[in-house]
Design a protein around this ligand. Sequence first.
Ligand code: NAD
Ligand code: 3PG
Length: 525
Amino acid sequence: MAKVLVSDPIDQVGIDILSQVAQVDVKTGLPPEELVKIIPEYDAMMLRSGTRVTKEIIVAGTQLKIIGRAGVGVDNIDVPAATRQGIVVVNSPEGNTIAAAEHALAMMLSLSRHIPEANQSVKNNKWERKRFIGAEVYKKTLGVVGLGKIGSHVANVAKSMGMKLLAYDPFISKERADQLGCTLVDLDLLFAESDYITLHIPKTPETTHVINKEAFSKMKPTARLINCARGGTIDEDALAEAIAEGKIAGAALDVFEEEPLGESKLRDYENIILTPHLGASTAEAQVNVAVDVAEQIRDVLLGLPARSAVNIPGLTPDVMEKMRPYLQLAETLGNLVGQLAGGRIERLTVRLQGELASIKGQPIVVASIKGLLSQALRERVNYVNAAIEAKERGVRIIETRDASLRDYSGSLHLSAQGSLGEHSVTGALLSDGEIRITDVDGFPINVPPSNYMLFTVHRDMPGIIGKIGSLLGSFNVNIASMQVGRKIVRGDAVMALSLDDPLPEGLLTEITKVSGIRDAYTVKL
Ligand SMILES: NC(=O)c1ccc[n+]([C@@H]2O[C@H](COP(=O)([O-])OP(=O)(O)OC[C@H]3O[C@@H](n4cnc5c(N)ncnc54)[C@H](O)[C@@H]3O)[C@@H](O)[C@H]2O)c1
Ligand SMILES: O=C(O)[C@H](O)COP(=O)(O)O
């Protein structure tokens, strides 16, 4: 039975789903060295933001097939290392959207009405009504940095509270911003005009310390800053300084450069509200993310695709289901051309022809690479790491598309250039989904792929087919089917044989000795 390690607290509903297919061990708060020690026995990991899944843990996780993040941000997982190892990384892109958005809105209102300090004051037996005069958000300007899922919900609610909305997001269209009632502006204008600034961006090289000393110098002294997105987007030293110098009126932070928050000046100011990364911590969100991610882990352990894999872009279960026959075709042809070319492959050209030319994205190319590398890497190559493996092995991938129809409505042509020469194959799907190999090295044939195949290049002359047949017979190899493809009579030809048995050692050499045979290749598909 598969084993899943749950290394952060997740809702029981997730454990129940995983338990349908696996032994589930919940071990939270383990130090990294302990994780490295135990991870080799696990097929899957499920976590939140509390566990840092480092390269060391991933490398030690030789059985790992999937890492599931019960939440949005995968920045605590070394995704490139997982990808390199062919491990699918999944998240729950929408399960905690509302929870995080509502936390940001709660922070904005708490800042405006001094809720945390007023609460503390009453609990200290005081009644300080004058001290806690607040500000209304109605008719104030909210600057939303990052107008994605959470930013959009915040904008929607803020609009209904009568706020004016500015937004900065270089990847969002004006139409989308208009729909949300937001005016798209540049960051400087957003800093200068906003009474409230709320961050809903991932931490990337571009967003690291996007709120810095210079940014604070552009903000209104009455501005209030909210960060329920990611630590590190705000320079915390610059924030403490800005608050101390009255450059802005307040800040509310749920996320920090280092978590848990260590020694920090941020604790010294009454007008800074701090929460311990609670954005996703609602009962509803925790059920959503647990179900979403546990189902994906269960599916992957059962050999099915994941719906939100962050490292297999575009290959959702829907796409996978629709494309399965084409992916199979691509893998088979990749495997075939790789074996025909032999040696070290330097370049793979993938030409999508006819209706295949209109398929969006690169799944067919990835499947072709997976097939090509499968001889060398066996099950270590998959849809996650195929492209990376090709790059690291120095295989240049060229993709071309040609929508003009050929003999079949859609066909795939692969050509592999290797240290031993160049070979090409073409294949297509019949209406019932059966694969046909329709061309080898430019010679037209029409054969289904089979486990054991023999291809020869020979002179088209009488007797040669009989000789090959007798030779195979004398080694007790049964021929299931045979086809010859030629371009001109008595010129060169290709013979494709499907065999019921593998070729015994030495037989290939015997075949190449037959007069008229130029080359012979055995292939196992
Ligand atoms: N505090 C929490 O507990 C909590 C909970 C959920 C999500 N989050 C975090 O909130 C953030 C937003 O989540 P989401 O689900 O809305 O993600 P999302 O991908 O839907 O939205 C992010 C938006 O940021 C924009 N963006 C990217 N780079 C940018 C840049 N340089 N400048 C401006 N905008 C940029 C993107 O275009 C996108 O629209 C993520 O970092 C996520 O990890 C935190
Ligand atoms: O990216 C996320 O989903 C949030 O930061 C939530 O993190 P958590 O799952 O640790 O609460």
